[in-house]
Design a protein around this ligand. Structure first.
Ligand SMILES: [Zn+2]
Length: 315
């Protein structure tokens, strides 16, 4: 598909036509582009999956990710399987949210964390288990958003937002749908619960870092803003995605950053916290290096989604 075709499209992945063109970014003094950090919390740990068959599917996934002809890593495979076994006896390698928060605090960067209030499609934690984690992050100044699980029922989605708001002690402004299932009902629910943005749209047909469209936020129904997502850990590393190595994934982000700087745009990154783990050391190392390298640059403004929204202006 040519870039010419892409530029004629209204915006890939939208459930309905946006009501504005791409919004302009008012860059802070001296900054050339914006990096936005976000996390979809699909898992609090491996232990919540000990009884649901998920660990077996993870074992199958370890085979797919490490024992293929293109990527043969038998030691990594054995280490991942050991990690799954350890989860059954109480040693949880996915219990890493505190480590990730600490890493970001050291780098001095904010981030948005999307938590689910409903189980399903691989999410097995309950709101009561997530509540202390959510409160810890909120009191550490992190933005809390909803990882939405009800794409087909506006009132259900609004209820998820209200429940999360009660736990976090504040109105929840933003949503990212689990499995990127964005629908008009999600927008209805977001409006009903007083939210202001969604960050689910991701154009996975244009991933070349040198020509990436870097779709910028647009208004939906005038009152809401859609903030497209650009770089996701699983898309970079999975054998069902780009299957990049650590060095290739670092290079990918460098090139996307270069493009954002040239265009004066925002790049929205999603790291699933559970991948910041010994189970997937290349993803953990990728994010560490990304924080270290990009936050040392003087031309970038690093923020969370709420911070990005404050920079947006009607063109
Ligand atoms: Zn998810």
């Amino acid at each position: 598909m040519s870039d010419g075709m892409a530029s004629r499209r209204p915006g890939i992945g939208y459930p309905e036509e946006p009501t504005s063109p791409e919004l302009a970014l008012e860059l802070p003094a001296g900054k050339r582009w914006v990096l936005v950090l976000s996390h979809d919390v699909d898992h609090l740990g491996l232990r919540e999956h000990v009884v649901d068959g998920f660990l077996l599917r993870q074992g199958w996934n370890a085979i797919r990710q490490n024992l293929t002809r293109g990527r043969f890593r038998p030691l990594r495979f054995l280490d991942q399987v050991a990690g799954l076994g350890l989860a059954c006896v109480g040693v949880d390698r996915w219990d890493v949210i505190g480590d990730l928060l600490e890493e970001e605090r050291r780098a001095g960067v904010p981030s948005t964390w999307f938590f689910a209030m409903r189980r399903g499609l691989g999410i097995a934690y309950r709101p009561e288990r997530a509540a202390p984690v959510i409160r810890e992050l909120a009191s550490a100044g992190r933005e809390i958003g909803l990882h939405g699980q009800t794409p087909d029922d506006a009132e259900g989605l609004a209820a998820e937002l209200r429940e999360l708001g009660e736990i976090a002690g504040r109105t929840i402004a933003g949503v990212r749908m689990h499995y990127l299932r964005l629908t008009r009902q999600v927008l209805d629910g977001l409006e009903r619960a007083g939210g202001s943005y969604d960050s689910t749209v991701m154009d996975r047909t244009h991933l070349d870092p040198d020509t990436h469209p870097l779709q910028q936020p647009r208004r939906l129904r005038d009152r809401l803003v859609e903030v497209p997502l650009h770089v996701m850990d699983s898309t970079l590393f999975s054998v069902t995605g780009l299957a990049l190595s650590l060095d290739e994934a670092i290079d990918y982000v460098r090139r996307v950053a270069e493009r954002a700087r040239a265009l004066g745009r925002a790049v929205v990154v999603n790291l699933h916290p559970n991948y910041f783990s010994r189970q997937t050391p290349e993803v953990r190392e990728w994010y560490r290096r990304l924080l270290g390298e990009l936050t040392r640059r003087s031309d970038v403004h690093v923020t969370d989604l709420a911070g990005l929204l404050e920079l947006l202006r009607d063109p």
